[in-house]
Design a protein around this ligand. Structure first.
Ligand code: PRT
Ligand code: ZN
Length: 291
């Protein structure tokens, strides 16, 4: 698999729920590479990085053992399998939650009602840990897949599974009792190449790109016009206005302001801005943001 030991190696999921978004993230980071269905690995044209395509279950071990330097996997696998790896970044995709669910008509309402019950899951470690912490004595059985049909088959009275849209639970008439944890895709590494200055430098460069893409995703670029006298109020509403670009408009007493607003408070902020008298707000996506 190795073509050049000086290259950084990154393992990603070959084909599955994380693949498309991982490839999109890497391309947004300006990495250029070919990737097609039967691929095993690709070498980036414009960065000394090899991308290795594997089953998601193998990524943690490959990173732990130094077969590759980096990996992108769901945090859920880190919680469950606990490979000795270091998390570098949350990548803001692949969102899901590990939940406990029971059939809609079940008499289980609260966590305590699971005492003495049987729970089927592909996440036995996460489940056991959670039950222990919650002081619930239930029997956990590990099954290979199709967890959602375990209650119908009479194998278990409850299940623990990942859920993202909630459709699978709804389709199988299951109801959530509680959430065990939230998960998203993460970038992981090992300590095998610390001291190898050239690789460490490469990682630093790669992280700068990744962080640039992540920051850009979290912010919007905003241009707005406002009367001069409301400027002090604007500063309170938009924290990013500490160092805004301000220019005078031809219309006397009016300013044009350019700044960035965090995505998660975007609409809230826009509503407040309108309320204090800001007119004409133009919003642009940010491609990359290097800070
Ligand atoms: O072939 P390989 O071993 O590489 O893949 P896999 O089949 O083991 O994993 P895959 O592709 O299903 O999931 C890879 C990763 O995607 C997981 O480890 C999670 O980090 C992440 N992820 C995000 C999910 C989901 N969302 C998800 N919804 N993984 C699985 N699911 C399943 C869940 O188990 C259930 O069967 O989707 C179903 C529920 O989905 P909703 O949308 O109906 O709620
Ligand atoms: Zn898998």
């Amino acid at each position: 698999m190795t073509t050049n030991n000086k290259n950084l190696k990154l393992a990603i999921q070959k084909q599955g729920r994380l693949t498309d978004e991982t490839l999109e993230f890497l391309r947004k980071s300006s990495l250029e590479f070919e990737s097609y269905q039967q691929k095993l690995f690709s070498l980036c044209r414009n960065f000394p990085l090899e991308i290795v395509y594997v089953r998601d279950d193998d990524i943690g071990g490959f990173v732990e053992n130094g077969v590759v330097d980096l990996g992108i996997i769901g945090q859920n696998i880190l919680y469950e399998v606990r490979p000795k790896v270091k998390k570098l970044l949350n990548l803001r995709f692949g969102f899901c939650s590990l939940v406990i669910a029971v059939p809609k008509e079940s008499d289980v309402r609260r966590l305590e009602d699971l005492n003495e019950k049987i729970i089927a899951t592909t996440y036995p470690v996460s489940t056991q840990n959670f039950l222990k912490k919650s002081n619930v004595q239930a029997k956990v059985i590990k099954i290979g897949g199709s967890v959602e049909i375990a209650p119908v088959l009479g194998i278990a009275e409850a299940i623990v599974d990942l859920s993202s849209t909630g459709s699978t639970l709804a389709l199988n008439d299951l109801r959530i009792i509680t959430k065990i944890y939230d998960s998203e895709a993460v970038l992981i590494t090992n300590d095998k190449f610390s001291g190898q200055t050239s690789k460490e430098k490469l990682l630093e460069k790669l992280l700068l790109r990744f962080k640039g893409v992540l920051s850009a995703k979290n912010y919007k670029y905003v241009m707005l016009n406002a009367p001069e006298e409301i400027f002090p109020k604007l500063k309170k509403i938009v924290p990013g206005l500490k160092s805004p670009n301000i220019s005078q408009l031809i219309k006397k007493g009016w300013l044009s302001v350019q700044t960035v607003i965090k995505e998660d408070v975007f609409w809230e902020t826009v509503e407040k801005l309108k309320r204090v008298g800001v007119s004409k707000i133009i919003v642009l996506p940010i491609e990359k943001m290097i800070t």
